[in-house]
Write a protein that binds this ligand. Structure first.
Ligand SMILES: NC(=O)c1ccc[n+]([C@@H]2O[C@H](COP(=O)([O-])OP(=O)(O)OC[C@H]3O[C@@H](n4cnc5c(N)ncnc54)[C@H](O)[C@@H]3O)[C@@H](O)[C@H]2O)c1
Ligand SMILES: O=C(O)C[C@H](O)C(=O)O
Length: 313
């Protein structure tokens, strides 16, 4: 019988990779290959077996295969990359550039060889520079390569807003633009709660504290965990993007996409609202910004450019 289930290749079977596998199965998005390097064979085979046994309890028909062979990943419809070292307290994401670039060179070359038709979502840090390197090395079409950060940063922003107001998170509409760094741009003026402008609901000083906490959201988790970084929310955020592609949902999600003139920026991956559907990144949406917001976005762009400038391919 023909194999009609979608195939999801997860590159990196660590904290985020394991949670991605679990979510993909629970949402029945397709069969999963959880790939890692040979030294982590037991880890990926163990996680696969554990999740498959959970599937029996809950009746999920998708299967996870743990593998250290790229041939098993070949032909994936979606590939999510979490292969990379997470930071420890006191480090910046940029401190991971050299070590994670080395890993990305290997991963991107294998994607080029084995998964040339996949929609590829990079998660590894420093996010915007790593997705830039991925695109250059793998040579995939620009609409098929994207970085996950905006969904996570926006969900942190929404979480803190809902907490401050004691309201349902369902009614919070918000957006964070820019690079995945401390100068990302939470857009207060464009955020609403149940249609009511956020600026009307939360006083400026409290809002500034929320913006600051959002910007440092990753470090807050790193300081709590001590040996690694966030993984539950990053996994959910990546799955939202994969699901929109696989099910052609055409959701409008912030993501690091290749800019070619939008926002006056060119040749870099940067966090902007995208529409993700069966065509991958089908649209990039330009939000109308005032001068102050533009200045903040440009500052974030300069940071991304600086890190990308250090990428040696
Ligand atoms: N974009 C975001 O918003 C975001 C959020 C959280 C974490 N991250 C980043 O994601 C990455 C992974 O985080 P984690 O917590 O899952 O880390 P982790 O250490 O738990 O897992 C990483 C895995 O990658 C594997 N790996 C290393 N080299 C590999 C290779 N060449 N091929 C395949 N696998 C390889 C490791 O063996 C390990 O199992 C880190 O770089 C982290 O900074 C990004
Ligand atoms: O902060 C990190 O190092 C991990 C990730 O980028 C995050 O925002 O949680």
């Amino acid at each position: 019988m023909a194999h009609t289930k979608k195939k999801i290749g997860l590159i990196g079977g660590g904290q985020i990779g394991g949670n991605l596998a679990l979510l993909a199965v629970q949402k029945q998005l397709g069969d999963v290959v959880l790939y890692d390097i040979p030294v982590a064979e037991g880890l990926v085979k163990g996680k696969a077996l554990d999740i498959n046994q959970l599937s029996a309890v809950d009746g999920y028909d998708c299967r996870v295969t743990g593998s250290t062979d790229w041939k098993d990943v070949a032909g994936s419809d979606v590939v999510i990359i979490t292969a990379g070292v997470p930071r420890k307290p006191g480090m910046s994401r940029e401190d991971l550039l050299d070590v994670n670039l080395k890993i990305m060179r290997d991963v991107a070359a294998n994607i080029k060889q084995h998964c040339p038709n996949a929609f590829v979502i990079n998660v590894a840090n420093p996010l915007d520079a790593m997705v830039f390197a991925l695109h250059k090395i793998a040579g995939l079409p620009k609409n098929m390569v994207v970085g996950m950060a905006g969904v996570l940063d926006t969900s942190r922003f929404k979480c803190f807003i809902a907490e401050a107001l004691g309201c349902s998170i369902r009614d919070v509409e918000a957006l964070v633009l820019g690079g995945h760094g401390d100068d990302m741009v939470p857009l207060v003026r464009h955020s609403t709660v149940g249609g009511v402008p956020l600026t009307q609901l939360i006083p400026a000083d409290k809002l500034n504290a929320i913006i600051e906490r959002t910007r440092k959201g990753g470090a807050e988790l790193v300081n709590l965990y001590k040996t690694g970084s966030a993984y539950f929310a990053p996994a959910s955020s990546s799955i939202a993007m994969a699901e929109s592609y696989l099910l052609d949902r055409k959701r409008v999600l912030p993501a690091a996409a290749l800019l070619e003139g939008q926002y006056g920026m060119n040749g870099y991956f940067f966090g902007v609202p995208t529409q993700i559907g069966a065509g991958g990144v089908e649209k990039i949406i330009e939000v109308q910004l005032n001068d102050a917001e533009k200045a903040e976005l440009n500052k974030s762009f300069e940071s991304v450019k600086k890190t990308v400038g250090e990428v040696k391919l």
